[in-house]
Ligand binder design. Structure first.
Ligand code: F6R
Length: 367
C-alpha cells in the first residue's frame, strides 16, 4: 500500500508529478495554451461580469489561496480577497451577485469553509469550489467544481493535494485571463506550457532533492524553532513550509514575508534559530538576497533554496539547494517540494509519526 515508501507522506510527495498531470490534463490545449473548464458551472458572460473574488479556505488550502491571489490579479486583473474560513464567516461581508466566492478544500467537508460558502450563497454570490473528494458536500452546494484529481491522500499533512490545488488555481487564473482578454495569446501559451512542463521538472528533481536534503538535516533536526521566509509568490510557500514542519515534527516554525523580518522577527535571529529562505532568481531576487545577508550578519544559520547556476548564493551561506530555472509564475509549485522534503526528513529523524501527527485529523468537521 505504501509501494515501498516508508510513509504515505513520502509516497504522496513522490506522486506529485502525477497529481499535477492529472489536474491539468484534458483542460488545456497543448498547442495554444487555451484553457477549457466547462465544470466551473458559470457562463463566460458571468465570468466577464465578476468584479471581485473571495477565496475562502483553511490551513494548507488557505496557503494555496494566497498564491492564487497573485495569479488571478496578474492574469485576470480582478481584485481578490483571501480569507481564512473561520474569519470570513463571522465578519461583515460586502457581497453581491458580481462577487465570485471560491472555496478551496481537499476534503470538501471542512466545517468553517462549508459555512462560509453557505453564507456567500445566501448573499447572492456565485460559488465555485476547488476540491479533491468527488461528491463531497462542498461540491454538491457549489455552482461549479474544479476537481483537483490528486487521488486519495492518506497522510494527514497535505502534500499532493496542495500541489494539485495550486495547479487547478493556476489553470483557473489563466482561464479567467483568457475569457476576460487580459492575457494575450503568446503569454497564455507560455504560461500554459510552463504549467504542463512543471510536472516533468518536479519528477526529475525529486530523487536528487530527497538525497541533498537528507544530507542537510543532521545539522538542523534538533532545532527548537525555525523560520521560513519568501517573497511574492513564494511568501505563501514559506507559510506552507512552516506549517508542514510544525505539524509533523512539533518544531515551532513560523513563515514570514522576507521583507517583514526587519519589523520584528529579526530580533529572534541567532545561531539556534535556523532559517529556510526561498530565493529564486525572480523579480524580487535582489531584495531577497539582502534579507539573507541581514540574517547572516546576525550569526543566523540559513538554508537557501535558489536557482541553479546562481553561484553568488554560496558567498552568503553554506547550505544551498539548487532548483532548475522555470518560468517564475510556476515557482511556487516547484519550491513547495524542497520545503515539504525538509519537513518530512526532519520529522523522521526526530522519530515522529509523520502520517498520523498528534491532535490532527484529515478532515476537520468541527467548528
Ligand atoms: C495541513 C492540512 C490542513 C488542511 C485544512 C483544510 O497539512 O492538511 O491544514 O489543509 O484542515 O482542509 P481541507 O482542504 O480538506 O478543507
Amino acid at each position: 500500500e505504501k509501494a515501498g515508501y516508508k510513509h504515505f507522506m513520502l509516497k504522496e510527495i513522490f506522486e506529485q508529478p502525477q497529481a499535477i498531470t492529472n489536474t491539468v490534463s484534458g483542460r488545456i490545449n497543448l498547442e495554444s495554451g487555451v484553457v477549457n473548464l466547462p465544470e466551473v458551472g458559470l457562463l463566460p458572460k458571468d465570468l466577464e461580469d465578476i468584479d471581485r473574488i473571495f477565496l475562502v479556505a483553511c490551513g494548507t488550502s488557505w496557503h494555496a489561496a494566497l498564491v492564487a491571489k497573485y495569479w488571478i490579479e496578474e492574469f485576470a486583473r480582478i481584485p481578490v480577497e483571501v480569507d481564512i474560513a473561520s474569519e470570513f464567516r463571522y465578519r461583515t461581508l460586502l457581497m453581491n451577485r458580481r462577487v465570485l466566492t471560491v472555496s478551496i478544500s481537499q476534503s470538501g467537508e471542512t466545517a468553517d469553509t462549508l459555512a462560509g460558502i453557505r453564507i456567500a450563497r445566501k448573499m447572492g454570490a456565485k460559488i465555485l469550489t476547488i476540491c479533491n473528494v468527488v461528491g463531497s458536500t462542498m461540491t454538491r452546494e457549489a455552482d461549479g467544481t474544479i476537481y483537483t484529481h490528486a487521488g486519495p491522500e492518506i497522510g494527514v499533512a497535505s502534500t499532493k493535494a496542495f500541489i494539485s490545488q495550486l495547479s487547478a488555481l493556476f489553470l483557473f487564473s489563466l482561464y479567467l485571463g483568457q475569457i476576460r482578454g487580459t492575457i494575450d495569446g503568446a503569454t497564455g501559451k507560455r504560461y500554459g506550457r510552463a504549467l504542463i512542463d512543471i510536472a516533468t521538472v518536479v519528477a526529475e528533481e525529486l530523487p536528487r532533492l530527497q538525497e541533498e536534503i537528507g544530507s542537510l538535516v543532521e545539522n538542523y533536526y534538533d532545532s527548537r524553532d525555525f523560520l521560513f521566509i519568501g517573497r511574492g509568490l513564494n511568501f505563501p510557500i514559506a507559510l506552507e513550509g512552516a506549517l508542514k514542519l510544525k505539524e509533523i515534527s512539533y518544531i515551532h516554525a513560523e513563515g514570514y514575508a522576507s521583507g517583514e523580518l526587519k519589523h520584528g522577527p529579526i530580533a529572534l535571529i541567532d545561531k539556534d534559530m535556523p532559517v529556510l529562505a526561498l530565493v529564486p532568481r525572480d523579480k524580487v531576487y535582489q531584495k531577497s538576497i539582502s534579507n539573507v545577508e541581514e540574517i547572516k550578519a546576525r550569526q543566523g544559520r540559513v538554508i537557501v533554496i535558489g536557482t541553479k547556476g546562481d553561484d553568488y548564493l554560496h558567498n552568503i551561506t553554506d547550505d544551498v539547494i539548487y532548483m532548475p530555472e522555470v518560468d517564475e509564475v510556476v515557482n511556487p509549485i516547484l519550491y513547495t517540494v524542497p520545503a515539504q522534503l525538509l519537513s518530512y526528513q526532519i520529522a523522521v529523524k526526530r522519530g515522529c509519526d509523520v502520517d498520523q501527527p498528534r491532535n490532527l485529523a484529515k478532515s476537520v468537521t468541527v467548528e
